[in-house]
Design a binder for this molecule. Structure first.
Ligand code: AMP
Ligand code: ZN
Length: 506
């Protein structure tokens, strides 16, 4: 049974307050008519005082419920998993201590599954024409670049560890952005070399260039399949791909909380606020300061400022502690039929792409999970060395991996994907109604003929439903696989042959 704790608390508080209010009113009446029973007056005052004291104490207790909207099935989610969800996906900073005291309390449910996803297939310019000397394996992989099932691991192997570089160039060309913004190829190559180098700095099992390539591909695929692409200008499209590619640049392989507790250099620089995300975006823009790597050198000042602002908002939005706030804000916006703020919508799409692997096939999801776990466990090892409490999910001896994945899918991934589906519907349906009389604000129509846009959007509508059911099928299947593991007591996911690639070499 799902329980909305917050609503319950409010109900109880209301009921509790009702009685002392009545008693106070009665005492006033008695005083007004000088009909005072001192014994009764005393009893009533004592009762009211003790109740107010209890409520005061309750109100001043740090409350996890105050600002989040996560809704959990508290009866089935293990305490370590709830602890991890609380410290990762809300703004609650988990107190660090050798003997952690109270576990956080979770409340309620994030749900809503509906709406659709759109597909479109407009950009046909092949990577092979622009880069004829690519190995056959790479070309083979890139043929699937518009598909949800795109295999970034295969691309990484085929490109000898250059999946990010290869994919970014492919997408820039595919979306015709290199020509539109006069991106010098030599700059692009140098920039991407530096970017990949930055992603290797800390030899992370998960947060490395392959993850960046995966997220970049997923952003492209989400925009394409939801039809949100039609809503964007070319500059916004460029910002989306760039933000995705740089969103974890120079990731340290540690969580933000680790930086904060250990008072790391980055935590000091960024005042504990979105510590790593601030660094990713700042360091990426720093790369552009060098003219050899400045891929945006031919943007006008206005274009550059607009792109920069959008990229900053999108990358900062990947801080998982903003998850609840962003989901809540977008939900409210959709419920009230308000106009959708583009930077917020695009931030949500990048966030969804960042957590998308559980919404993909088991063959992909089961390769990402042990990589992430290995990175968490490496942090746990370090915490143990430092004599700190081991963060939730970072204890390699004692972490319920399967349960954590089920909870992650159920409470984070599915609600996020449902929301972006709803959001896409509200964005794209008016565009369909507008075409072929395109809105002047939608500059992508300027480079796509109305006829073509109309056709693309019709495809989009047709594919929307199938895409939605596809990611839902994947999340369901993945949860069921994890459940099987729990039932079969496979405690160490690394026992799985398909997961043994998940060590440091991602
Ligand atoms: P980022 O650090 O920007 O890549 O954001 C992704 C974060 O989402 C990770 O650091 C994890 O906290 C979380 N995450 C992504 N995938 C999973 C997963 N399968 N299980 C648990 N947490 C995940
Ligand atoms: Zn990421």
């Amino acid at each position: 049974m799902y329980v909305c704790v917050m609503a319950e608390i409010l109900k109880v508080k209301k009921t509790l307050l009702h009685s002392p209010i009545c008693r106070l009113k009665r005492m006033l009446q008695q005083l007004e008519v000088s009909d005072v029973d001192f014994e009764e007056l005393k009893r009533n005052l004592e009762f009211t005082a003790s109740l107010l004291e209890a409520l005061y104490t309750d109100g001043t207790r740090p409350s996890f419920d105050a600002d989040d909207d996560l809704q959990l099935r508290s009866d089935v989610v293990p305490v370590e998993v709830r602890d991890w969800l609380a410290s990762t996906f809300t703004q609650r900073v988990q107190p660090i201590s050798r003997r952690p005291e109270e576990k956080p309390r979770f409340r309620s449910i994030v749900h809503a599954v509906q709406a659709g996803i759109f597909v479109e297939r407009m950009f046909r310019k092949a990577y092979s024409t622009a880069m004829p000397d690519q190995p056959a394996d790479v070309l083979n992989c890139l043929r699937d670049v518009d598909r949800w099932s795109f295999d970034v691991f295969a691309l990484d192997a085929g490109s000898s560890g250059h999946s990010l570089k290869t994919l970014f160039i492919e997408l820039i060309i595919k979306h015709q952005l290199n020509g539109r913004f006069k991106v010098p190829l030599s700059c692009l190559m140098s920039f991407l070399c530096e970017l990949e180098r930055g992603y290797s700095k800390h030899t992370n099992a998960y947060h490395n260039h392959t993850h960046a390539a995966d997220v970049t591909h997923t952003v492209h695929c989400l925009l394409l399949r939801t039809g949100v692409l039609y809503w964007l200008t070319e500059l916004e499209m460029l910002a989306c791909l760039f933000a995705a590619a740089v969103h974890d640049y120079e990731h340290t392989g540690r969580t933000n909380n680790f930086h904060i507790y250990t008072r790391s250099e980055l935590a000091m620089v960024y005042n504990d606020r979105s510590v790593q995300e601030s660094h990713h975006v700042s360091a990426a823009f720093r790369l552009l300061q060098d003219e050899n790597t400045n891929i945006f050198m031919n943007l006008t000042r206005t274009e550059w400022l607009e792109l920069r602002s959008l990229v900053i908002e999108m990358v900062l939005g990947t801080d998982m502690s903003s998850h609840v706030l962003h989901i809540k804000a977008m939900k409210t916006c959709l419920q009230h039929n308000e106009s959708i703020d583009k930077p917020k919508a695009l931030s949500l799409i990048l966030h969804a792409a960042d957590i998308s692997h559980p919404a993909k096939s088991w063959s992909l999801h089961s390769r990402w999970t042990p990589r992430l776990m290995e990175e968490f466990f490496t942090q746990g090892d370090r915490e143990a060395e430092l004599g700190l409490a081991i963060s939730p999910l970072c204890d390699r001896q004692n972490t319920p991996v399967a349960q954590s994945q089920i909870a992650f899918i159920e409470f984070i991934v599915e609600p996020t994907f449902s929301l972006i589906s709803d959001m896409a519907e509200q964005i794209v349906i008016p565009l369909i109604q507008d075409t072929p009389d395109p809105s002047p604000t939608c500059s992508r129509y300027r480079c796509v003929s109305p006829h073509r846009a109309q056709k693309g959007l019709q495809w989009t509508v047709a594919d929307l439903v199938s895409f939605r059911s596809m990611w839902m099928r994947h999340t369901e299947e993945n949860k069921s696989k994890w459940r099987d593991k729990i039932n079969n007591s496979v405690s160490d996911i690394r026992d799985e042959p398909e997961m043994q690639t998940g060590q440091k070499s991602a």
